[in-house]
Design a protein around this ligand. Structure first.
Ligand SMILES: *[C@@H]1O[C@H](CO)[C@@H](O)[C@H](O)[C@H]1NC(C)=O
Length: 462
């Protein structure tokens, strides 16, 4: 019984081995542009300022990536990188020939000068820092994932160890107004490094149009915030200490939050940073005035106004179109556009007026006049019915309204004839006569309305 069980175990083990071997779990080799530093540029008077390099990445429990079958002769430098957490693993989806974008350069460790990271630089062996240091910045193919790593080359042999890595899955973020926003930033520090125990500091910066400001500065060693963080911006300090989750949480997206965010992580003498873009995108709300157009007579000019409000960013295309009775859509141009106005919350509004000249053949026999607002956040439409007298049949409501008006008119005339005209003996006859006349006229009015409806109806009968 036991032997059977162990045979089963063995078989299972063999199977997992086969599965592991067949599936390539190793990190693909990473091609990076090695950017020469100033000294190298000066010593090599000729040659490009950047050369191709290749990083073979070895993660925990996985073999190093195999050299690519067709070795690129342009590759001038080859490195072996120990990256236990696999932070530099950027796989191309579905064997794509495009590669992640990567830059490699020399890095100079420095004691940090900022005060919330100054406590980190105490008691440190300078021997550890006396090595070749590199930094790599990778941007994944999807444009959303990125890594920034600091690596140490202890013997100068091209065998690098990742000491500090920051990754983000939100290099580009779009958010609607009022929603919570998470800007992802995870850091990993090598537990084997003497820097690991010395603590860390995290800093978030915001930049937009040349000006920048500090959002959050946190000294992880002293567990202390430096100053008060920007209102509405927080970190999950528990997650930060538990697994290096330094993500920034913006409680409620506002237009002023659009811009560049930089997540910076300090270890003593080391700094890694990663940059993200946040765009608050809110499509416009449309309102159209008047909400109901009067029945238009030939030769008349009606003006319609469309107001797009509450949108961001401010790029917007406003236009008008007419969907005719025949179902065809015709452009009516942009109309008369107003300038942009910015509201207290930073959102924009813009309007357009359209003059509808009933003698314009483009209007055909009417239809639906639609205001179209094209915005990066989506396209919005608002429409109003355009009915031309003599073309469109009267709606039920219109006929009812006309009958009602006629009846009111009739009542009014009757009322006037009773009150204004004297009710004397010889006035009675007069009143009778007038009211008779009014009755007849009102009846005639109603009749003529009905005539109108029947006169406009034939179109339907056709
Ligand atoms: C990081 O922390 C934030 C806030 O608690 C959380 O929403 C997010 O899922 C965390 N990210 C990871 C990768 O754990």
């Amino acid at each position: 019984m036991t032997s059977l069980r162990s045979v089963c175990h063995l078989a299972l083990l063999a199977l997992t081995c086969v599965v592991r071997a067949s599936g390539d779990h190793s990190c693909p080799a990473l091609e990076c542009w090695y950017l020469k530093d100033k000294v190298e540029k000066e010593s090599l008077t000729r040659g490009p300022s950047q050369v191709k390099s290749l990083l073979h990445i070895r993660t925990e429990g996985q073999p190093a990536s195999a050299p690519p079958s067709s070795a690129d002769p342009a590759v001038q430098r080859v490195y072996a990188v120990a990256d236990p957490a696999g932070t530099l693993c950027h796989r191309s989806p579905g064997g794509s020939i495009r590669k992640p974008f990567c830059e490699l350069s020399h890095f100079q460790p420095q004691p940090s000068t900022i005060k919330w990271a100054a406590s980190l630089a105490e008691d440190l062996s300078p021997v550890y820092l006396q090595a070749s240091w590199f930094s790599a910045a990778v941007r994944g193919l999807d444009g959303l994932h990125g890594t920034s790593s600091i690596m140490r080359d202890p013997a100068g042999t091209g065998e690098l160890d990742v000491v500090l890595s920051i990754t983000s899955a939100t290099l580009v973020v779009q958010s609607r107004l009022g929603e919570p926003v998470l800007l992802d930033c995870q850091f990993w520090a090598d537990p084997a490094s003497p820097l690991y125990e010395s603590g860390f500091a995290v800093e978030w910066r915001y930049q937009s149009r040349g000006s920048g400001r500090l959002l959050v500065a946190y000294d992880g060693k002293a567990d202390r915030l430096s100053g008060s963080p920007e209102k509405g911006a927080t970190l999950d300090f528990e997650a930060l200490h538990r697994n290096g989750n330094a993500s920034l949480i913006l409680q409620e997206a506002q237009v002023r939050h659009s811009g560049t965010y930089i997540c910076m992580v300090y270890l003593p003498h080391l700094l890694a940073q990663i940059t993200m873009e946040l765009e608050i995108t809110e499509p416009p709300s449309l309102s159209i005035q008047p909400s109901r157009l009067p029945l238009a007579a030939p030769g008349q000019i009606l003006t319609v106004h469309c107001e797009a409000s509450g949108f961001a960013p401010h790029s917007l295309e406003l236009s008008w179109e007419l969907k005719g009775q025949d179902g065809k859509t015709r452009s009516l141009g942009a109309g008369r556009l107003s300038g942009h106005r910015q509201g207290w919350d930073g959102t924009y509004s813009q309007g357009t007026w359209l003059d509808l000249d009933m003698s314009d053949p483009k209007l055909g026999d009417g239809g639906e006049v639609t205001c179209v607002a094209e915005h990066p956040g989506g396209t919005r439409r608002a429409g109003v019915a355009l009915r031309l007298a003599g073309f469109s049949t009267l709606s039920m409501e219109d006929s009812m309204a006309m009958v009602a008006v006629a009846l009111v008119l009739y009542g009014l005339i009757k009322f006037v004839s009773w009150t204004v005209l004297p009710s004397g003996s010889n006035g009675a006859q007069e009143t009778e006569k007038v009211s008779q006349f009014a009755k007849q006229r009102a009846k005639h009015n109603i009749l003529s309305i009905f005539d109108l409806t029947t006169w406009t109806s034939p179109q339907k009968e056709n």
